[in-house]
Design a protein around this ligand. Structure first.
Ligand SMILES: Nc1nc2c(ncn2[C@@H]2O[C@H](COP(=O)(O)OP(=O)(O)O)[C@@H](O)[C@H]2O)c(=O)[nH]1
Ligand SMILES: [Mg+2]
Ligand SMILES: [Zn+2]
Length: 308
């Protein structure tokens, strides 16, 4: 059977397998949008959900990705040499937080840095506002509101309307810890999504999630190729950014960026150096000290050489 060269978008990644939706100019009905199960030529590990790719396939529905086309942006994390791509060609990153399970402010801070250094707009979505502990968390996030981040409070189980206008016609990635309500939110907004929720495996009792894939859900199933969509991702526990230079990292912390150049030493690591403007500013303030901790942690983990 003859293999054809085709172009499409990666709409799901599971390990080394990818679902690719072919672009067809003549497609009028959703049924016309063909899905192909693909692998990557040469078993390379360089395909992200949201990528535009060239692939070859006969009419069996199986294919091989030949080329990843240039990306507008890419969100990825890295701990040391281990890299994990989250998604590409994004308009928006939604960092989803809730009072329960216990949210990690380090993860929030790191995700905001990742989005900013990739040049992607980020919003903080504060979910489960029906829960009593919401008030405390919302107050803690005033720090981020003052820095200029947009925070949207909602209850995905009750109503997702507050988010509808924001995500309309755009491609948004949801990131966050397991259990925050990302998949519930996707189901509330993307009509035919049926994303699996509550995927923490209780049998294992290790908080290990069973969702090991990232998937794109169109907001308007009648136009899967346009009209925007939501990308649901497995829960994150850490968001390493070891590929960022220390200068890039500090530039993504608005409160510290404006103190640059004010430490006594140009190469100050803000740890024990005398006359450190960062530590002086943070002293005695729990939230500022926590943020300085996240900054220092990311800078220390950077595997890219300092310029200074
Ligand atoms: N009380 C409350 N529970 C929610 C809300 N949104 C999601 N949940 C619950 O939180 C749990 C985890 O949701 P899920 O969408 O699977 O989270 P994910 O791991 O981030 O995808 C499920 O039991 C949901 O029903 C909400 O707004 N309020
Ligand atoms: Mg989920
Ligand atoms: Zn310093």
């Amino acid at each position: 059977m003859k293999s054809l060269r085709r172009i499409g978008r990666v709409v799901a990644t599971y390990g080394r397998h990818y679902d690719v939706q072919e672009h067809r100019v003549e497609a009028l009905l959703p049924e016309d949008w063909a899905l192909f199960q693909c692998v990557r030529r040469g078993k390379r590990h360089d395909v992200a959900c949201g990528d535009e790719v060239e692939f070859v396939s006969d009419s069996t529905g199986q294919g091989v990705i030949e080329t990843v086309l240039p990306r507008r942006n890419l969100l990825y994390r890295a701990d040391g040499q281990r890299e994990k791509m989250l998604a590409s060609n994004l308009d928006l990153v939604l960092v989803v937080l809730a009072p329960e399970p216990t949210p990690s402010e380090a993860l929030l801070s790191h995700a905001l840095v990742a989005a900013q250094s990739a040049g992607i707009e980020a919003w903080i979505i504060l979910n489960k506002k029906d829960l009593a502990q919401m008030e405390g968390l919302s107050q803690a996030l005033d720090y981020y509101r003052l820095l200029g981040y947009s925070v949207l409070e909602m209850s995905a189980l009750e109503n997702c309307d507050a988010l509808r206008a924001l995500v309309s016609q755009r491609v948004s990635l949801l990131v966050g810890q397991s259990g925050m309500g990302k998949s519930t939110l996707v189901n509330g907004l993307a009509p035919q999504a049926r994303a699996q929720t509550n995927t923490i495996s209780e049998a294992l009792d290790s908080g290990r999630h069973t969702t090991t894939f990232t998937r794109y859900y169109p907001l308007d199933p009648a136009q899967p190729g346009s009209g925007g969509g939501l990308i649901d991702s497995p829960g994150l526990q850490a968001f390493g950014l070891s590929y960022l230079r220390p200068e890039q990292i500090v530039q993504a912390f608005p409160e510290f960026e404006r103190l640059l150049g004010q430490c006594r030493f140009a190469n100050c690591r803000h740890l024990t150096e005398p006359d450190c403007a960062f530590r002086a500013w943070a002293r005695g303030n729990t939230q500022r000290l926590a943020r300085l901790g996240y900054l220092v942690q990311l800078q220390a983990a950077s595997t890219v050489k300092r310029h200074l």
